[in-house]
Design a protein around this ligand. Sequence first.
Ligand code: KG4
Ligand code: ZN
Length: 355
Amino acid sequence: MTKVLKEKNGSDILTLAIETSCDETSAAVVRNGREVLSNVISSQIDLHKKFGGVVPEVASRKHVENVNLVIQESLDVAGIKLKEIDQIGVTYGPGLVGALLVGVSAAKALAYALKVPLIGVNHIEGHICANYIEDKTLTPPFLCLIVSGGHSHLVHVKDYGIYEVLGKTRDDAVGEAFDKVARAMGLGYPGGPLIDGLAQKGDPEAIKFPRVYLEADSFDFSFSGIKSAVLNYLNGERQKGNKISLENVAAGFQQAVTEVLVHKTIEGAKQKKTDTIVLAGGVAANSGLRKLLTEEGKKQGLRVKYPSLTLCTDNAAMIGCAAYYDSLGGHRADLYLNAVPNLKLGEKYVRFSQE
Ligand code: KG4
Ligand code: ZN
């Protein structure tokens, strides 16, 4: 028989969470949604660097090697025994199918063996929930800008697990644009932090790259145009034999991207009449984005919050937090849970075979 969540008699709920959607194998133990007892992250970045990006098959194999070790370490660090775990949370989409399957399989095996509930978590929802861990007082409603390597969403978080997507990217995700531009500049992988570092030494006004706002009333984004503009600039300058200031290119690119993100986010907050904006996802680590959004938000009387760097990039603690609120909302997976690579925010328990 499945263990009943202990929240009813006021005891703590311990979630063991697993995240393997891309190139981080992570496991965490989270108490009552927001208290992180452990958050072990084994990054594969060094492995993928030599290919200039994540190689899905390589990622899946590495997850297989790492997942049990990382889970055990998360229990050890937390000082918790498996038999004390009340529920298992796992990312089941969106992400790389083979990578997701490793975490989903491990989670199903543990839930079955321990006879505890299994909660399938949407990775994007996990990124939003990272903010609940960072700020224990944060409660919905608020506006969230989620910017990562795979996603760019502007979302009105109406309540726990209740989302209205105002806009998303029509082409490249922001992080993807950072990574592609970095590759063209001859920088390493992942490109986001490298561009961020260079941009701090450059002049954001020296090279004016286009700002793509799309239709006046749209909250969608498009980053392929600016990416192409940077590539064209680099090619043009190289052909002319001109010396390129990588600092100025990075600063100009980052400024163009962040101005659009900040403008749409502030407009979204005004439209939804919310006084709180939160950032989420890997690109939320960007210093230029944090600074501009905080400054512009302040001018409008808005609170701007973002997670610490570890909670911006992929980690299992945020998945444990999302699993907690999902389970309070009555959502449970069964042992037929499968990876759903294109899972949309707000969708619950979509079956891969039905896509
Ligand atoms: O959320 P995340 O770890 O993985 C996905 O779910 O995609 O995000 C990774 C992305 C990469 O594209 C990386 O280049 C970008 O986040 N990133 C940054 C910064 N740190 C990471 N982009 C811009 N500035 C940063 N400081
Ligand atoms: Zn992510």
